[in-house]
Design a protein. Structure first.
Lengths: 333, 300, 377
């Protein structure tokens, strides 16, 4: 496999509602920023790939409007996945493995402020036997959390995850206070869900560059119906991790956890020891933008490597209750 | 500028007509008849709800068998304040229920007292009086009790159902669009010039599409322009503003470098031609939308 | 780069509505046919790539997740591509790269649409706040562009009708095609209602439910007659910018030039092509855009693109006869592969050994192409 490196990463800082940038501006700014970090120009880009979701944006073909942000003139080789930008990065990595191109630009955009993202998540469910029930994401997450408790986890374990993430983000948090908050979906409390945001992110990949190198990247998916899976496990995360080379030597892990209890599941699935620092700045838990969070996790892991970590891991998830997972392992060049 | 002026609701809603196919049709018909079926997958696992392919192998499912009606709660949560889309209108639980004879769990609502809901609780379906062949033919599950007898309906197999969907959006116009719309509300068309290619875009964009640069310089353009391409629309379609036939056209306003896609009206469609000079005809009052230009009419 | 062989092809019987299947059933009809054609089982597949146009058509968000089991993808990598109308083609391109890159050995790819569950017109004409109003409906964007082609070229009106007749007559020879209009004629096309000048009703594509699947492999895998991918290319350009040539978009011609270069051929070496033609006039326009002929309308008028002409186009009946939006691009790619495998039955071009598959989408912005041949490159 060809050595692919992350040469640039830029994001619009996630906020509750971004009134300052529309999607096109966000793409323009972040792609320009990532290219500048990489020391490259738009004309150096051989392939562009993006991730976004029509229903999150409320419009069909919503990716098309963002193409104006990259200046596709002269015409560019450009593609799109209706998935988190992390999978667009995967597609770009594959394209670089083909050997006939050297530079790829990846971006993703999304908003939590346009609609209740939970309503979009409800429409991800099997349209025949799950969606008609009207069951919401928080209830599904609670079923998973309950399963974990049946297997020995406690509400305190969940609160510890929340506290660790919020403290890493600079907030003063007390586990007792967290546990005193009311349950909204027994055993979950409002703070057990990641904070949803708006943002845009972009990454520049290069074959044989000088930035953090992708030493492994892989993804897999599990069965869809929550009742057909052991919700205390994430086999596709474990499979992706193994295919990406495993976690030996990983110092920092950026985990994508829409709900705090999923941290426990992923530690086990990814075989992360206590020595691994998880979400050093609070990660996706404090800023979860649909379709962007995953790409931003890879960017954050790359930043960690640039700032001195020898080996870092980014994990990304999609679908209900960790149904689909991607793992990307980065090492210093 | 007061950005709250450019906020608008938008609703995406549609009632989809879903066809079931042979496997789910059997499941739906059985529900209407007060029975629950599961699909026999690999190694004799009984998958509930039934699926057309065994997730473990991808193989097509061969046959369905009856399961339940009773089952065991394997996981649960509680909804203290039900919403519009919930199946019950009083506090209730969601549960993953392993029906007797099934290898997997069915998700459904459970109507019991909160302190009665626990892993291990034995439950049975409470059937809706009106059943049409959907998962909500089971109104919910309740604690096991007296056996309920359901008489099969004798109707044709259920082959389809309707699935209403609705998502509400709150849309804020981006700053660039808001500026354009604010000027438009004053009856002015103000585009922006790209500092790279020097071209003027109306309406302005958050990025010059060819240069990927921010367009900051406002440029007011004329409300008069030239038709550069057109066609005549002769069929009705949803959201149409004028009655067909009418001309849809590319109008290049004087001062702009990209055409507006709009409508030419106020004349016979046969009189519209490429090169024609046209001027904007405004609505009164002007709303923050390009539709406030009703159409472009030939310059007298 | 490793070679990539197409060793299995499957499609559904496309129709206005497929009320006999669920979404999983529709997708599996094509997938199972492709696997059977390849002589393989789901367990032989390393990865799955699914393509589909906007989720509003079916009202299921990210349907590959609900379909993971039906696609045999559990435990495997699963991607979902969405590039508007070109998606079926760009999905096949992504799948091809998974092979040529060396990442996987066997990839299943499928593109589909079950748009009868809603109304494609509804999905395409939603007026989002603060956006310019939709003035003309889906065909309304293309009609002024077609008028401009006619103005530039001086083409006579009957050229569009000729394409409409040719494609529907070809469709009669394709067991999977949706529209079957045995009595179609120049007269019946000319007599059909005008929708957007100059496009008449019988010059437009239908709305279809359907799916198309391919099995791609790094080697023949025991297949006696694989199609080999000789090259792929994708290109995009912005929809609206000054002096944009919408009649002959550069992204389309750049894409063609790139795929010919990858395949090491000149366009005159092609034996036939499946081009994405949703409205009749796009055949002459794409013939020129793809550098296949000097004058597109003259080629049509002279019968060059007929099934037994010098350069047959859309032997399958094309998008004009079958249009499940998410699948159409892959159907083009698949039909090109069927031709060079000699498996196109009644709509086979004799001796076809090199064929082009082409897909486009958006405001003529997004292009995906591949060239397939009977010989290993």
């Amino acid at each position: 496999m060809r050595r692919v490196t992350i040469e640039g990463f830029a994001e619009i800082p996630p906020v509750d509602r971004d009134l300052d940038h529309d999607e096109v501006e966000g793409v323009r700014i972040t792609t320009a920023g990532a290219l500048e970090q990489a020391g490259l120009g738009r004309d150096d880009v051989d392939f562009v790939c993006s991730g976004s979701c029509d229903y999150v944006m409320g419009r069909p073909f919503s990716f098309a409007m963002a193409v104006d942000g990259i200046g596709a003139w002269p015409p560019k080789a450009e593609s799109h996945v209706e998935m988190d930008g992390a999978w667009a990065l995967y597609e770009a990595w594959v394209a670089l493995q083909c050997g006939d191109i050297d530079v790829a630009l990846v971006y993703a955009f999304g908003r939590s402020s346009l609609c209740d993202v939970g309503e979009v998540e409800r429409m991800v469910l099997d349209p025949y036997t799950l969606a008609p029930l009207g069951i919401d994401s928080l209830s599904l997450a609670a079923l998973q959390a309950r399963s974990l408790m049946e297997a020995g986890a406690s509400e305190r374990d969940f609160a510890n995850v929340v506290a660790r993430n919020l403290r890493a983000a600079g907030e003063a948090v007390d586990v007792q206070t967290l546990l005193a908050a009311p349950l909204v979906r027994d055993p979950l409390r409002a703070h057990d869900g990641a904070r949803r945001t708006d943002s845009t992110a972009a990454i520049v990949l290069r074959a044989d560059g000088v930035g953090p190198a992708i030493t492994g990247i892989a993804h897999a998916v599990d069965a869809h119906h929550p009742g057909m899976r052991d919700l205390t496990r994430a086999p596709s995360a474990a499979a992706a991790c193994a295919a990406a080379g495993g976690t030996r030597g990983v110092e920092i892990a950026e985990l994508h956890t829409p709900y705090a209890h999923q941290d426990l599941i992923l530690r086990r699935a990814l075989d992360l020891s206590e020595a691994v620092q998880i979400n050093p700045t609070g990660g996706s838990f404090v800023a979860d933008t649909p379709m962007v969070t995953g790409l931003a996790r890879i960017g954050a892991a790359a930043r960690a490597v640039r700032e001195g970590a020898g080996k870092a891991l980014a994990h990304v998830t999609a679908g209900p209750l960790l149904q689909q997972n991607l793992v990307c392992v980065l090492e210093a060049s | 500028m007061d950005r709250s002026r450019f906020v608008a609701p938008f609703v995406l809603q549609y009632s989809y007509k879903r066809s079931l196919g042979p496997v789910l049709s059997q499941f739906a018909t059985a529900l209407r008849d007060g029975r629950i079926l599961g699909a026999v997958g690999s190694e004799g696992r009984v998958l509930v709800p039934p699926v057309e392919a065994d997730p473990a192998t991808g193989a097509s499912v061969g046959r369905l068998v009856e399961v339940g009606p009773a089952g065991t709660v394997m996981s649960w949560t509680w909804v203290e304040e039900p919403g519009d889309t919930d199946p019950l209108d009083r506090p209730f639980g969601w549960a993953a229920i392993q029906l007797d004879g099934a290898s997997t769990q069915l998700l459904h609502a459970v109507d019991v007292a909160r302190d009665a809901l626990k892993v291990g609780l034995r439950v049975q379906p409470r059937w809706s009086d009106e059943r049409s062949g959907t998962i909500l033919d089971i109104a919910c599950f309740e604690a096991v009790g007296a056996t309920v007898v359901i008489h099969p309906s004798e109707g044709e197999p259920v082959t389809c159902f309707e699935a209403p969907t609705r998502i509400g959006y709150t849309v804020f116009a981006g700053a660039v669009t808001a500026d354009f719309l604010e000027a438009l509300c004053e009856g002015r068309l103000v585009g922006r010039r790209c500092p790279g290619c020097q071209k003027v875009y109306v309406p302005p964009r958050g990025s010059c599409p060819t240069c990927a640069l921010a367009m900051e310089e406002p440029v007011e353009v004329a409300q008069v322009g030239t038709v550069t391409a057109f066609s005549v629309v002769r069929i009705p379609f949803e959201g149409q503003r004028l009655e067909p036939p009418y001309a849809c056209a590319h109008v290049l306003l004087d001062g702009a470098d990209v055409p507006l896609l709009h409508i030419v009206g106020g004349c016979e469609v046969d009189d519209v031609e490429v090169g024609m000079r046209v001027e904007a005809v405004w609505a009164d009052p002007i709303e923050p939308t390009l539709a406030s230009i009703h159409f472009f009419r030939p310059v007298a | 780069m490793r070679p990539c062989a197409v060793i299995g092809i499957g499609q559904t019987h496309h129709a206005a509505k497929r009320p006999d299947v669920s979404m999983a059933g529709l997708v599996r009809e094509a997938v199972l046919r492709a696997l059977e054609d390849a002589g393989l089982d789901f367990s032989d597949i390393d990865a799955v790539v699914m393509g589909k146009a906007p989720d509003m058509f079916e009202g299921v968000v990210q349907p590959e997740l609900y379909l993971a089991g039906a696609l045999g993808a559990v435990g495997k990598p699963l991607l979902r591509v969405h590039t508007a109308g070109s998606v079926g083609g760009s999905t096949a391109v992504v799948a091809t790269k998974l092979i040529t890159s060396g990442v996987h050995e066997r990839v299943l790819t499928v593109a589909w649409e079950k748009q009868s569950e809603s109304n494609a017109m509804w999905a395409l004409s939603q007026q989002f706040p603060f956006q310019p109003p939709t003035t003309a409906g889906a065909g309304g964007y293309f009609a002024p562009v077609i008028q401009e082609y006619i103005r530039r070229s001086g083409a006579p009106a009957h050229v569009g009708w000729q394409v409409a007749v040719k494609d529907r007559q070809n469709a009669l020879k394709n067991p999977y095609a949706h529209l079957k209009i045995p009595d179609i004629s120049l007269e019946s096309v000319q007599a059909s209602p005008m929708l957007w000048d100059p496009i008449r009703y019988l010059e437009t594509c239908p709305s279809s439910d359907g799916a198309c699947a391919l099995v791609l492999s790094a080697d023949e895998a025991g297949c006696r007659d694989p199609a080999w991918v000789h090259g792929t290319a994708i290109r995009s350009e912005p929809m609206l910018f000054p002096d944009r040539d919408e009649v002959n978009p550069r992204a389309g011609s750049d894409c063609a030039r790139a795929v010919y270069a990858k395949a090491g051929i000149t366009p005159d070496q092609l034996d036939c092509a499946e081009l994405y033609v949703p409205f009749s006039w796009y055949e002459p326009m794409w013939l020129e855009n793809l550098d296949l002929v000097e004058s597109g309308w003259r080629a049509v008028d002279q019968g060059v693109t007929a099934l037994h002409g010098r350069l047959p186009i859309n032997m399958s009946g094309g998008v004009m006869s079958t249009n499940p939006i998410g699948a159409s691009g892959m159907i083009r790619f698949a039909e090109a592969a069927l031709q060079v495998r000699g498996r196109a039955g009644e709509h086979q071009v004799d001796g076809a050994r090199l064929a082009l598959g082409h897909a486009y989408g958006g405001g003529s912005q997004f292009y995906a192409t591949w060239i397939v041949g009977s010989e290993k490159p």
